[in-house]
Design a protein around this ligand. Sequence first.
Ligand code: NAP
Length: 354
Amino acid sequence: MSRNWMIYGANGYTGELIARKAVQIGMIPVLAGRSFDKIKPLANELALEARIFSLEDSNEVKKNLGDIDLVIHCAGPFSITSAQMIEGCLAAGTHYLDITGEAEVFEHTHSSELAGRAERARVVLCSGVGFDVIPTDCTALKLKEMMPDATHLSLGFQSDSGVSPGTYKTMIQGLATGSLERLEGRLTPFPLGTKHRKIDFGKGPQTAMAIPWGDVSTAFYTTGIPNINTWIPMSAIMIRGARIMQLLRPLLGNTAIQGLLKKMVEKKISGPDELSRGRTPAYIWGEARNEKGDILTARIQTANVYSLTADGALAVAKRLLDQSNIDGGSWTPAGLFGADFIEELPGSGKFELS
Ligand SMILES: NC(=O)c1ccc[n+]([C@@H]2O[C@H](COP(=O)([O-])OP(=O)(O)OC[C@H]3O[C@@H](n4cnc5c(N)ncnc54)[C@H](OP(=O)(O)O)[C@@H]3O)[C@@H](O)[C@H]2O)c1
């Protein structure tokens, strides 16, 4: 039986990428979003159904999801849009996937209240079915399986992928907050630029800085490891720059300045093209440590950030649509499909452990 599913925010850079790949592999989504002028031409071109609705009216959301089995929610920043879509999905009995990387959104998706409601409604809520967090989440689970007594987990990635408009806007949205790590099970803020170390992500040792990547939230739900931090390569001068930026935080959180920066992104940023996506793989690194001081490292090469986001989101959607009997609740990608899920995605290598 063919099942109805939807991409919401289908006209955005990533939503459109997912829509086009879906059609290439024979999947038939309904394309949805809030702007008729942007959604309808794409739906016409791909010969797909279009639905136009805003997330602001909960009745409209529920009505439009009534015959939909699964949504891939691509309209970010998700701190602004996710809660409304999740409510619609719970009311309509629709599985919810999104491509967020925002820790506060993961925390909301995994709140015990939502997890309980999703379980009772037999609905899957799975945030982060893109580059953030599929590869790092699978790396976290691989390390936990190989070192069950791990107490500390570090995860990171290196990529020259280029950045999409929505990713920039989401980064602007987060400018007013600092960095984040998990300490003894609790999310704990600290000033950006104050934690650095050397890491070999897969291309030789480099200076790296701790950043608030979504795994500080999700890897805890996947592994139960209580201490988690997340890293990207960063030159010493950029780390100093990040510390200086912290002083501007009150200014960067100002609504008018945020609006100005987001308008600039809309005018100037279009996101990496197909050629550039094909040339820029990503390198994932993870390190687990136990009380005895043993250290285990995992590395895996993957496809470009945006290619992996499209392939990963579609792979999760396809598996859920193909399964008739699945436990509802709040899930992480590796929690749903295991550590080796990343190795099955196009462009991925195999885990290397040392
Ligand atoms: N997990 C990952 O690795 C990963 C990868 C890629 C992207 N992302 C995230 O995905 C999000 C989208 O990125 P993008 O570059 O594709 O963005 P984009 O090109 O700016 O597109 C954003 C989409 O969201 C819609 N939208 C924004 N705010 C909305 C609201 N309040 N209500 C309804 N629709 C709304 C936009 O609709 P209009 O055009 O009508 O404004 C558009 O369809 C960002 O948060 C980004 O960080 C994550």
